[in-house]
Write a protein that binds this ligand. Structure first.
Ligand SMILES: C[S@@+](CC[C@H](N)C(=O)[O-])C[C@H]1O[C@@H](n2cnc3c(N)ncnc32)[C@H](O)[C@@H]1O
Length: 247
């Protein structure tokens, strides 16, 4: 990923998307196939899933996945949820997500943005946004929409990098030195969100997969550095923050 236009790590609003609040996401927009490989290699032990479920179980409830991309996480929610809605601004990715869930009658995918959700008031029990839109400062319109669509008693989860820790976090800091992890933490804490620090893994089946994924997440200079410094790696430790809040 380029420090000025990153996907997962650095997401910078640019015109014309800025008007609608769409965050440029080159990793998944330009490389949905490699991003699928990446998603399969993220948190294979399911720490994020079990942590979310312990806090707010979605069994029999209505789930919203904001910035669902190609819908990778929709089937997992659909296993027990009453309904699942994925919202995604990129129409091509939304089409892939629809194909993925075509045999799951409780799941739908809508084109839309976090700051203007295509959902009625008080219609969601569990909201989830994984490396999508909610990166701290700048996500206020999306938070206002959460206030509108969440039912009382519902819970929202935001998964994002913890740039202060782990091998992946060190790569992130080096590639984006202007990123202010403390400012992001203050943003969530001031708004009453709680944080669980999780140490997940980023593991791939082969060196070729690892290299491909590093190549969509970092600009060429940093990708080359990472691969040279980790000549045999097929994965690394990856610290993330699970931010969450009850409504
Ligand atoms: C890094 S991808 C993550 C996709 C998915 N959550 C996953 O984990 O596979 C970020 C996604 O956020 C979407 N996105 C960008 N701006 C958005 C916005 N304003 N509202 C909702 N989603 C947005 C992008 O189109 C992209 O699909």
């Amino acid at each position: 990923m380029h420090p000025i236009c990153t996907p997962r790590l650095f997401v910078v609003p640019t015109r014309p998307e800025a008007a609608s609040g769409v965050r440029v996401s080159p990793n998944i927009w330009h490389h949905p196939g490699v991003y699928e490989v990446e998603n399969r290699g993220v948190d294979r032990d399911g720490l994020l899933w079990s942590s979310m479920q312990q806090r707010a179980d979605w069994t029999g409830r209505d789930v919203l996945d904001i910035g669902c991309g190609t819908g990778f996480h929709l089937p997992q929610f659909a296993r027990t949820a009453a309904t699942v809605v994925g919202v995604e601004p990129n129409a091509s990715l939304a089409a892939i997500a629809r194909r993925r869930v075509r045999r799951l009658p409780t799941v739908s995918v809508l084109v839309g943005v976090a700051g203007d959700l295509p959902l009625p008031d008080a219609s969601v029990d569990i909201a989830h946004a994984r490396w999508a839109y909610f990166f701290g400062p700048g996500s206020e319109p999306g938070l206002a929409e959460l206030d509108r669509v969440m039912r009382p008693g519902g819970a929202a989860f935001v998964v994002d990098n913890d740039a202060t820790r782990s091998t992946f976090g060190a790569w992130f800091r080096r590639a984006l030195p202007s990123y202010d992890a403390r400012a992001v933490e203050r943003f969530w804490a001031r708004r009453g969100w709680e944080r669980e620090r999780l140490d997940i893994r980023w593991d791939f089946d082969s060196r070729a997969d690892f290299e491909s994924v590093v190549g969509i997440e970092f600009d060429p200079e940093h990708a080359d550095l990472i691969l040279a410094e980790h000549p045999d790696a097929t994965g690394v430790d990856y610290a993330v923050n699970l931010w969450w809040r009850r409504f």
